[in-house]
Design a protein around this ligand. Structure first.
Ligand code: 5GP
Ligand code: ZN
Length: 138
């Protein structure tokens, strides 16, 4: 899939709205609309590439650096007991959007989150409010 038809490219360009947490020249961080846990954030490079095999080293590095910053802000906002930085490649690995992204995923003791969690829409107002709280911690 090219960047033209890509939902995350459309979010990066502003064509599709998102609850933005952070943005710089190379990356964008925004709330996942189907949060696996409260405070679930996605970090993407603005450059389109389907997966880890396609993106440039520069986009990978920029995404990882933003994910680290956002992870810190999520921890300061929600004090989770743990946090996953997760990145999936290919449908068999539970990748559903073919634009490279990293999940910043707060974890709670005993939340028993499975790797292939189902997509369940969250409360959009609560997600927007949380984006503002996390952004304020950056
Ligand atoms: P993947 O399964 O590819 O690793 O993760 C893709 C993530 O993108 C899923 O967690 C899904 O909820 C999220 N997602 C899909 N479409 C949208 C969207 O339009 N807006 C936002 N904010 N997240 C999306
Ligand atoms: Zn894209």
């Amino acid at each position: 899939m090219s960047g033209q038809d890509c939902i995350f490219c459309k979010i990066a360009s502003g064509e599709i709205p998102c609850s933005r947490v952070y943005e710089d020249e190379a990356t964008l961080a925004f709330m996942d609309i189907n949060p696996a846990n409260e405070g679930h954030v996605l970090v993407i490079p603005k450059e389109h590439g389907a997966d880890v095999h396609e993106i440039s080293d520069e986009a990978l590095a920029a995404t990882a650096i933003t994910a680290k910053r956002v992870a810190g802000a999520v921890v300061r906002t929600l004090s989770p007991e743990g946090l996953n930085l997760l990145q999936c490649n290919g449908p068999a690995a539970a990748q559903s959007v073919m634009h490279f992204h990293m999940h910043v995923l707060p974890r709670r003791e005993g939340d028993a989150l499975a790797m292939n969690w189902g997509l369940v829409p969250g409360d959009i107002d609560a997600i927007g409010a949380l984006a503002e709280r996390i952004a304020a911690e950056l």
